[in-house]
Design a binder for this molecule. Sequence first.
Ligand code: ATP
Ligand code: NCN
Length: 234
Amino acid sequence: MTAPAAPRPLRLGILGGTFDPPHQGHIALARLCVAQLALDELLWIPTGMSWQKAADITPARHRLAMTELAAATMQDVSARVRVSRMEVDRDGPSYTIDTVRELRRQVGPETSIAWLMGADQLLGLHSWHGWQELFSEVHLCVATRPGFDLHALRPEVQQELDRRIAPTALIQSTPSGHMWLDQTLAVDVSSTELRRRLAQGGPYGESADDLLPAGVAGYIQQHRLYRPVQHPTD
Ligand SMILES: Nc1ncnc2c1ncn2[C@@H]1O[C@H](COP(=O)(O)OP(=O)(O)OP(=O)(O)O)[C@@H](O)[C@H]1O
Ligand SMILES: O=C(O)c1ccc[n+]([C@@H]2O[C@H](COP(=O)([O-])O)[C@@H](O)[C@H]2O)c1
């Protein structure tokens, strides 16, 4: 008699971001990865301090609340979807390596952890704190994003991928060390563009609503975030 097959490891996907505000690009990336990688759980992790971004990002409590509203629009997916406040509650810059090490301690060595990102983040990966160490902790799952050409990958990142990453189309049974690249996502939206539209107000500001997950536009209005710049009339 053959032994029953071992159960496959739990697949946890992480979507980290400043989420200032969360938008349909984030939702599209999250949905794609849940479906293509057969994730069991998806964890959104808003940053506490995005050390590479301008100091005037929206306070973490608002970004966390908006992320919870965004995540709530994904109740129909097969994965359990949650939002973590671990980076918001941690002092100092939000380094991803600290986050994945903390998660690894929490979930144990068997769980497969996939760090999801858009192409822009892979292009900037060489600038992340302790970036080479990430490959020992997680799978890297990258989706294309309009305006960011992966042919422009930094040589040191390409070298590290060649050296450390097993070439595979899908996350297999190992807990870390694979790369998955989606080349189909093409959602041309960014938080920067949304903040710009919202600050203009009027019909231009309203055009941002379609690009925001349900509930987020209302939250922005209620808390008077990204307000139009007041121009003196004369
Ligand atoms: N349109 C998109 N397509 C694919 N990935 C995206 C898209 N927008 C954001 N992402 C990814 O989601 C994660 C979090 O993104 P982030 O919160 O920085 O949003 P952003 O739109 O890039 O913000 P900003 O314009 O302020 O830089 C990153 O990995 C980023 O690459
Ligand atoms: O660890 C780092 O040094 C690092 C540098 C830049 C970005 N990141 C992470 O990448 C994710 C997207 O970042 P951002 O700043 O584009 O919103 C978010 O989870 C950040 O914490 C991480």
